[in-house]
Design a binder for this molecule. Structure first.
Ligand code: C5P
Length: 307
């Protein structure tokens, strides 16, 4: 079975206090965009479930959410099931705020059920998703857009954007650990500032929104990620890169999740690509080692990639 688990961006990310379970309450409008890994799953003859990875370097096999998903589905079914062999082609940068590992994990939950011909209850699926990580319930619900609350387990599916939309994603070479960014957020004592824009954007999406009207929100969304100060203090180059991107493109640039990916919003992928070409043409050292993707909601621009 083949799957193409797509990445997410956080259009807003409002963070509340850390709870007794160690997780922060949050509110986020999340959107799946057209940058996907490729997951292929088949039956193995004997032995344990196995995984091989290719594509972007640095993706771990041990503890990979695809393998953990297989294990948890197997455990929930509770009887002998044949081993699975999976191959993952990584195209979503890791530790980048794009939810790549979580998207793969959610795809793993689905793939295991399809392969084994079993259907877990929605509740069992939701429990497995949350056990894999706070971003996984968003991916497991299957829709393109959602208002996510709680620690990530409450997912209100929102209508997909209509028509065209474009996104330019810049992932600098610095990887950021989500746990470390949240810890720095606590140290800085930042207060949730972006609750109202989250509520308003969710309302607009609920009412039905065209993708090409999303860029009009960019100026307000720019500062609607409460993790920005924490991410920027852990990765000092991030603020300078954002200044560069904003100066070159005359667009607001947003941080996705806990970073380090930043993105800008366009009416179509053609406009995103045009700005992609523009920002690399100056050969700035700020972009050394960066991965840049121009995408729409479904996939990347087939005619341009960087590097
Ligand atoms: O759930 P996940 O394993 O992806 O979370 C990684 C880390 O991010 C957690 O250990 C926690 O430190 C932090 N986190 C948080 N609040 C959330 C989600 C994640 O503090 N809602």
């Amino acid at each position: 079975m083949h799957a193409n688990p797509r990445a997410k961006i956080n259009l807003t990310l409002s963070i509340g206090p850390r709870g007794e379970d160690g997780y922060h309450s949050l509110q986020s409008v999340m959107l799946r965009v057209g940058l996907a890994d490729e997951l292929v799953v088949a039956f193995a003859e004997t032995g344990a479930d196995t995984l091989t990875v290719a594509g972007l370097p640095g993706c771990p096999v041990d503890g990979n959410l695809v393998l953990r998903a297989f294990g948890l589905v197997r455990q929930a079914i509770g009887h002998e099931l044949p081993p699975l062999v999976a191959h993952l082609d990584k195209r979503i940068p890791m530790a980048a705020g794009l939810g790549g590992g979580s998207a793969d994990g959610a795809a793993g939950i689905e793939a295991a059920q399809v392969m084994w011909g079993v259907g877990l209850s929605p509740q069992a699926r939701a429990e497995i998703a949350l056990e894999l990580g706070s971003d996984v319930p968003f991916f497991a619900q299957g829709g393109d857009a959602a208002l996510v609350t709680g620690r990530g387990e409450q997912v209100e599916r929102l209508p997909s954007l209509e028509g065209s939309a474009g996104f330019l994603l810049v992932t600098p070479s610095v990887a950021l650990s989500t746990a470390q960014v949240f810890a720095r957020f606590d140290d800085l004592g930042s207060a949730a500032a972006s609750e109202s824009v989250t509520t308003e954007l969710a309302s607009a999406l609920r009412a039905g929104m065209s993708g090409d009207s999303l860029p009009a929100w960019a100026a307000r969304l720019r500062d609607a990620n409460d993790l920005w100060p924490a991410a920027a203090s852990l990765a000092p180059g991030l603020a300078a890169l954002r200044e560069y991107l904003e100066a070159e493109t005359s667009q607001p640039w947003l941080l996705s999740g806990s970073g380090s990916t930043m993105f800008a919003l366009y009416p179509s992928v053609a406009e995103a690509t045009a700005d992609g070409r523009l920002i690399v043409s100056a050969e700035s050292e700020l972009l050394e080692g960066a991965i840049i993707n121009a995408v729409d909601l479904i996939g990347p621009d087939p005619n341009w990639r960087y590097p």
